[in-house]
Design a binder for this molecule. Structure first.
Ligand code: MG
Ligand code: MG
Length: 248
């Protein structure tokens, strides 16, 4: 991880454009997900969309990751590798996607149902998104990273969800992962102070069961230790003079 960096206005402009590419790619992927499609098909379309819009896939080749998106199904939390796995009615799918423009990264994720899903699944997805929004609401110059962490954890645990601890949000810019770490748990009023020009990716991962995780033998895919379902939402946010701007 690089240290905390303050972005210039031209760097923010590039991140903003990278973010817009992700917004477009997410929309396309959202509309394609249905029973019968494979995660590798989604990956191929994600890559061509990013490149067509003038970006570079942010994850492909990073740390050796082989694809444009992370596609994590059901009990998979993050870092699932796209494959010939066919999505089934009732599955939930998390897509994590990154783009680079002029050397600057943006990073975003969402979870959605495949066809019709159950109430627990729907609630998990909605509440994970809500926890992200509550975290984002804390972002402003002078706030502390812990304010975000606490907002997410207190909401999620109040509803009985397990908050993943091993994987956290992060600063973002020239590197996908910069300092500071942005955990989804911990006390308010602690941690690094947010300043204008910093950019962070906030990314709560909530489990229907316990928070503990396991790594699959492929060395990438992170799953819930108890096999329960998991959801993930992420946005890239820049701290502005008056608050924050969501780039994705
Ligand atoms: Mg991500
Ligand atoms: Mg991230």
């Amino acid at each position: 991880m690089s240290g905390i960096t303050i972005k210039s206005s031209s760097e923010i402009k590039s991140m903003r454009y990278a973010g817009q590419i992700l917004v477009e790619a997410k929309k396309i992927l959202f509309n394609l997900v249905e029973p019968g499609i494979t995660t590798i098909e989604l990956d191929t379309i994600a890559e061509s969309t990013i490149r067509k819009l003038g970006g570079i896939p942010g994850f492909k080749g990073l740390y050796g990751f082989p694809a444009t998106i992370c596609a994590s199904v059901n009990e998979e939390i993050v870092h699932g590798i796209p494959s010939k796995r066919i999505l089934q009615e009732g599955d939930i799918l998390s897509i994590d996607i990154g783009a680079i423009v002029d050397g600057m990264n943006s990073d975003s994720a969402f979870t959605m149902g495949v066809g019709q899903i159950g109430k627990d699944e729907k609630d998990l997805i909605e509440n994970t998104k809500k926890s992200l929004d509550l975290g984002i609401a804390q972002v402003k110059s002078g706030a502390r990273v812990g304010d975000i962490s606490f907002a997410i954890q207190s909401y999620a645990e109040g509803l009985g969800y397990g908050v993943v601890k091993k994987y956290v949000g992060h600063g973002i810019g020239r590197e996908l992962h910069e300092e500071p770490q942005v955990p989804n748990y911990g006390p308010a009023g602690r941690g690094p102070i947010l300043r204008e020009g910093m950019a962070i990716a906030i990314e709560p991962m909530l489990n229907l069961g316990h928070w503990d995780t396991q790594l699959k033998p492929d060395g990438w895919t992170v799953v819930t230790a108890d096999g329960s379902l998991s959801a993930h939402f992420e946005d890239t946010i820049v701290i502005t003079e008056n608050g924050s701007e969501i780039l994705t």
